[in-house]
Design a protein around this ligand. Structure first.
Ligand SMILES: [Zn+2]
Ligand SMILES: [Zn+2]
Length: 166
């Protein structure tokens, strides 16, 4: 656990489109990585990356997630407008997806689970070719043309942004 995770301060976050925003009162619980097939499906990625939070420490400050009851012990919350996975909710606590936090890169996992369901190539990422804008002018031009509609990594007064539909 990093020193920052152990701090008694507030963390903010939300979905990609900004319809759902939350605050979590620190210190944060255990951050974990789960490679199970359900976390793969729920995140559309190679693993789930979550941090444990008490229900009492989480406040939805804009909107609230929709849920899919994914098993007899948990349901998974997501933004109904953009689909961002937000929670994995159990009876006594919930896990919040680390990437939905505004300061996601500051939250480091301390335990990993479901090793037997991990994709076999995951630990060979270092050997995979890298596409760098510096050495690929077409890619650089494309990147320069992209305008992001993603909600910024901080709270905002107004949603949706002026001139854009929810
Ligand atoms: Zn959203
Ligand atoms: Zn899992």
């Amino acid at each position: 656990m990093t020193a920052e995770q152990a701090e008694a301060r507030e963390w903010s976050g939300g979905c990609q489109c900004g319809a759902v925003r939350f605050k979590v009162e620190g210190p944060l619980g255990e951050p974990s990585v789960c490679y199970c097939r359900m976390c793969q499906k729920a995140t559309g990625g190679a693993f789930g990356l979550y941090v444990r939070v008490d229900y009492a420490k989480l406040k939805w400050t804009r909107g609230a997630p929709m849920h899919f009851v994914s098993s007899n012990v948990a349901r998974r919350g997501f933004c109904e407008k953009c689909g961002t996975p937000l929670t994995w909710e159990f009876k006594d606590w919930l896990d919040v997806t680390v990437a939905s936090f505004d300061e996601a890169a500051k939250i480091e996992p301390v335990v990993q689970m479901a090793m037997d369901e991990q994709y076999p190539w995951l630990w060979r990422l270092d050997a995979i070719a890298v596409r760098e804008p510096a050495s690929d002018p077409e890619y650089a031009t494309y990147l320069a043309s992209v305008v992001s509609y993603q909600h910024p990594d901080h709270d905002t007064e107004v949603w949706p942004p002026e001139g854009r539909k929810a």
